[in-house]
Write a protein that binds this ligand. Structure first.
Ligand code: C2E
Ligand code: CA
Ligand code: CA
Length: 588
């Protein structure tokens, strides 16, 4: 019997024909003969058996031919143990493999199955039907494995590769680029107003639209580029080997054009636009960036494009990278700041407009950063909200402020001052919806022994826009504690007047944007007058923020505003400064 028993490379590939082709890799001719006979009689005439003795030959054969299944002897003399299996799987990852083991060595056969073989047969314990059943079973099993793999790596709606496959491919492209020096580009695409369309036309139409978008994206990209559905209405495109920014911009333009043409969905024409962000890895930079970071850069550029509105695409640049890096650094530093005691609270007095007396204080957080100095809240409160860190930070501010309030109330009493002092603490949305808020507030009051009505919690107006049930509930639970609530920055958040009905507050703080124009801007004065009137009508106290001039004080007095706060009286200052103010009052 020749080594290449029945190899004829001129034969057409078996794919598409009914004939099954089994490649038998077996050095023992006697065993080979037996298997061949069993397979023939178990399967019938439509099986072609190709026998080779060497693994090298098997790999060569697989490179050129299509094979239904491989039967691999595990005891080939040239290759030890499971190495043969590993090599075959590399040579033909899509072909199912059944291993043949000696009857003493079932354990190795089991290991082969764990290492990727679809089934095993023990020599001497097989018969016709067992052999052919093993082959059929291996083919079936491989097919379902492949299907599972496909499902794991593709989006079931559009059939495009999914996020995890995209990530893998970007990783591979980066590795390749490191060797070849060729540039790669990632486009991050987000459909504009998709949610609106989805909500108004229904989810089925939304799904249909996403499929049509997927098809169009495939249509305008090269075969070598990968289009993936990254999630929701986000698509990503990987362009291998671009010459520069221009190439990537051309792709972005083609994509924009493709999406701009109307879509016919259930009898209606739907118009779409998309915002795209592009990130490119230049020569020799591939080793310095991870796949995740590259995609994140493209995502950041997409957000910039969305913000700008008019530009449909935006390139990720150095400025954006610095901002992104800075943000990440700030986030990391924020995590540590609380433990390290880097936060402080400054206090700004609120003054009664009729008497000029300090009526209360507002607690305003500051971050004493070891390298960056004193950081104002605008530079970190937003990030703290996004990351949820505002909850522990806010808890700390509340405790700190209540402690100081107790001290200053005592100090005032010592000086025979009978005016009750209040403390205002700012709350973010995240804190308001935090379950523990009420008990934490109650605890802070109890620990520092301050009456509930001397604490004011300030919530920005944007929080009370709409009548979110959870917000309304949190609001009323706080009120039940006996503390007071203020609506901050009133006039900027577009709260309807009706929403004030659902948020029974005690104080309305007029945003400093309106106060700034008092006596100067012809519109601001009537607005402030109206807000003060509204506050009084609803039984609320009005506080003007950001008062900087005597002129503003005059107008506010005339309009009947109750309290004012601003640089004219005092900036937010350290507790030591407040001690002094408590004793000797404000000098203006
Ligand atoms: P806000 O609650 O509206 O606080 C008033 C801001 O205006 C403060 O800025 C204050 O220093 C500033 N300000 C007061 N008077 C004047 C004035 O006459 N002219 C001008 N130009 N500005 C004036 P700050 O301290 O930088 O705080 C900014 C914002 O950060 C606060 O706005 C508040 O929303 C937030 N914030 C501060 N502390 C906390 C906190 O502990 N928790 C939360 N969640 N947010 C806080
Ligand atoms: Ca405030
Ligand atoms: Ca405010």
């Amino acid at each position: 019997m020749s080594v290449f028993d029945r190899i004829d490379t001129r034969r057409p590939r078996a794919a598409g024909t009914r004939t099954q082709r089994v490649l038998l890799v077996e050095d023992d001719h006697h065993d080979a003969g037996l298997v061949r006979e069993m397979l023939r009689s178990g399967w019938g005439a439509d099986v072609e058996i190709v026998h080779v003795e060497h693994l090298d030959r098997a790999c060569e054969y697989l490179a050129e031919n299509t094979v239904t299944c491989v039967l691999l002897d595990l005891t080939l003399p040239q290759v030890p143990g499971l190495d043969g299996l590993a090599r075959l799987r590399i040579a033909a990852p899509e072909v199912p493999i059944v291993v043949l083991s000696a009857h003493r060595d079932e354990a190795t056969a089991m290991r082969a199955v764990h290492a990727g073989a679809q089934d095993y047969l023990i020599k001497g314990r097989v018969d016709d039907s067992l052999v052919s059943r093993a082959v059929r079973y291996a083919v079936e099993r491989k097919r379902s494995e492949a299907q599972l793999l496909h499902q794991a790596l593709h989006d079931s709606l559009t059939e495009l590769p999914n996020r995890s496959m995209f990530l893998d491919h970007v990783e591979l492209a980066l590795e390749r680029s490191q060797r070849t020096g060729k540039r790669i580009a990632v486009l991050f695409l987000d459909l504009d107003r998709f949610k609106l369309i989805n909500d108004s036309l229904g989810h089925r139409a939304g799904d249909r639209l996403l499929c049509l978008v997927a098809t169009r994206l495939r249509g305008v990209t090269r075969e070598v580029d990968m289009v993936a559905r990254f999630g929701g209405d986000e698509f990503t495109i990987l362009c291998d080997d671009v010459t520069g920014e221009d190439d990537a911009v051309i792709v972005a333009d083609r994509v924009a054009e493709a999406i701009a043409a109307p879509f016919a969905i259930e009898g209606t024409e739907v118009f779409l636009t998309a915002s795209a962000g592009i990130a490119i890895v230049g020569e020799n930079a591939a080793g310095e960036i991870t796949a995740e970071a590259l995609i994140r850069d493209a995502d950041a550029a997409m957000h910039r494009a969305k913000e700008r509105g008019k530009s449909r695409h935006e390139l990720f640049d150095e400025v954006m990278r610095t901002t992104a890096v800075r943000r990440l650094e700030t986030e990391n530093a924020l995590h540590r700041a609380l433990e390290r005691g880097e936060f402080t609270v400054h206090y700004q007095p609120t003054v009664a407009l009729d008497t000029g007396q300090v009526q209360g204080l507002e607690a305003l957080i500051r971050w004493q950063h070891p390298d960056r100095g004193l950081i104002p809240p605008v530079d970190f409160v937003g990030l703290a909200e996004e990351t949820g860190l505002i909850v522990p930070i806010g808890r700390w501010v509340l405790d700190e402020a209540c402690g100081q309030l107790a001290r200053w109330r005592a100090l005032r009493r010592e000086h025979g001052d009978r005016v009750p002092l209040t403390m205002a603490v700012n709350l973010s949305a995240r804190q308001l919806l935090h379950e523990e808020l009420c008990s934490e507030v109650a605890q802070a009051l109890a620990v520092h022994d301050v009456p509930a009505q001397s604490l004011v919690l300030e919530l920005t107006e944007s929080l009370v826009v709409g009548e979110d049930e959870r917000t309304v509930e949190a609001f009323s639970r706080l009120r039940d504690l006996g503390i007071r609530l203020a609506i901050d920055d009133f006039g900027t958040g577009y709260a309807s007047l009706a929403s004030l009905k659902h948020f029974p507050a005690d104080v309305l703080k007029i945003d400093r944007a309106f106060v700034a124009g008092l006596g100067r801007d012809s519109v601001d004065t009537p607005i402030v007058a109206a807000v003060i009137g509204l506050a009084h009508e609803l039984g609320l106290v009005a506080v003007a923020e950001g008062v900087e001039t005597h002129r503003q004080v005059q107008v506010l007095r005339r309009l009947g505003c109750d309290y004012a706060q601003g640089h004219l009286f005092s900036r937010a200052v350290s507790p030591g400064e407040i001690d002094r103010i408590m004793v000797s009052g404000l000098s203006i």
